[in-house]
Design a protein around this ligand. Structure first.
Ligand code: ATP
Length: 429
């Protein structure tokens, strides 16, 4: 920047196969542009010369294969250049997947097996870069013209919709480095809690529902089928977490398992999957750029995600506050367990023991500040097998007038009167 001026502009020159790792500050936004050369953010190429704006707190890397000059303007928490990255090994995986997609496309669509592209699942401990690797593989594939399906099984820090959900969406274009995954028509199943231990059985049932739905979509769509899928998973890899990983691998019939940064998990999976000869288990190095997040940061990130659903990434959406009569809406929860206080149940009812039983819930002040899913179910017993249309946030319960006030993405009637509750709360700030 020019001396004496208030300008914060600086230029960074990146050598080939190196990356600039950035954490945008808490308050100050950051903008930058590619001045020279070529560079990408998690698999998506940067347009030359155009200033891009990055919101506070975003953590990312600008990587260049052949060298680039970047111009930055604004505050960062940290920014540094790294020339040791696992990017070459990641792009090699992409090249292999690409070959498999081409082979799938070239085979007869009537041969359901061989016209099936790779089904990749990314596993590893928390903060190993699973979401980031998934994103790169998807963006590189989309750049090549494929339409891979992104499946996100991470109910804690998912990238498709709000926390507490598992979801899938086709990726038709490289993912926007700022906006993330387009939220147009994702297929979303509501689990309702940020950790699977609340109701493990329900989590498994929903994974099964989601995979069944994708399987049906693949049957009717040769292009999606050849493009295959990339599945992101949770960072819980011990005990029940490990069982859930195996369950996901088998339910989605994954045939490429990418293990990030964990020797032990890799050899365990290799061992147990060797009787399933069509599954490749590949160990990959974790990037040194992945930022670790503690429980508090994760909780905050969940809260921001919910805020983003209603208000948009940069306050560009205007949600509506709606009022309904208690008698207009039907709220359910799934399973027993500690998540619902007894007072939320109809008088005299006992908490259900069956983890997948759908239980009606009395509308009372226990619902305040909960995020509820709006189910596509037409009958209560379809609630588990139905995906959801979206979410509402309960802002007021008026017991005397029997009115419920809720925030929804838009005004007008909800697509269904069946709402599902879990333990997902939000405090608007
Ligand atoms: P989880 O524990 O939630 O499963 P994860 O393994 O999916 O996490 P990511 O979400 O991919 O991890 O990465 C964690 C954070 O680190 C994200 O904010 C991501 O943008 C950031 N990050 C990943 N790789 C890099 C990099 N090379 N440089 C800078 N930041 C990075």
């Amino acid at each position: 920047g020019g001396s004496g001026s208030a300008s914060t502009i600086k230029q960074v020159k990146l050598e080939r196969e190196s990356e600039l790792r950035i954490e945008v500050g808490n308050d100050a936004p950051l903008r930058f542009r590619l001045l020279d050369g070529t560079a990408e953010i998690f698999g998506t190429e940067l347009p030359p010369q155009i200033w891009l704006n990055f919101p506070p707190r975003l953590k990312f890397a600008v990587f260049t294969w052949f060298g680039a000059t970047i111009e930055m303007d604004g505050g960062t928490e940290t920014d540094y250049t790294a020339d040791e990255t696992p990017m070459v090994s990641y792009v090699n995986v992409h090249a292999i997947l690409d070959g498999r997609r081409s082979r799938a496309k070239a085979s007869s669509p009537d041969d359901y097996e061989s016209s099936q592209g790779p089904r990749v699942i990314v596993v590893g401990p928390t903060d190993s870069g699973k979401s980031t690797l998934s994103r790169m593989l998807l963006s590189w594939a989309a750049k090549q013209g494929w339409k891979p399906t992104f499946v996100d099984l991470d109910i804690g820090q998912g990238s498709i919709t709000i926390p507490g959900c598992i979801a899938a969406t086709p990726i038709e274009m490289p993912i926007d480095p700022v906006e993330g995954i387009p939220l147009e028509m994702p297929l979303v199943y509501f689990y309702g809690h940020a950790t699977p231990s609340n109701n493990i059985e329900l989590y498994k049932v929903l994974v099964k529902e989601l995979s069944g739905m994708i399987e049906r979509q693949f049957t009717g769509n040769a292009e999606s089928r050849a493009s295959g899928m990339v599945i992101n998973t949770m960072g819980w890899i011990e005990g029940v977490g490990y069982d859930l990983l195996l369950h996901a691998i088998r339910t989605f019939k994954a045939n490429v398992v990418l293990v990030l940064g964990q020797e032990k998990l890799c050899s365990m999976l290799k061992d147990v999957l060797k009787s399933e000869p069509k599954v490749d288990v590949v160990k990959l190095q974790r990037s040194g750029g992945v930022v670790s997040r503690n429980a508090k940061v994760r909780q905050k990130a969940r809260s921001y995600r919910i805020r983003e659903y209603f208000y948009g990434l940069s306050n560009d959406l205007s949600p509506h506050s709606n009022i309904a009569n208690f008698s207009d809406l039907f709220v359910y929860r799934v399973g027993g367990g500690p998540q619902a206080p007894r007072s939320a149940l109809p008088i005299g009812a006992e908490p259900a023991a069956d983890p997948t039983r759908v239980v009606p819930v009395n509308i009372n002040r226990d619902l305040l500040h909960l995020v509820l899913a709006v189910s596509f179910a037409k009958e209560p017993d379809e609630i588990i097998s139905s995906n959801v249309a979206g979410f509402v946030y309960v802002t007021d319960i008026d017991i005397q007038r029997k009115k419920i006030t809720y925030l929804a993405p838009s005004s007008g009637e909800l697509p269904s009167k069946y709402l599902v509750m879990g333990s997902l709360t939000w405090l608007e700030t």
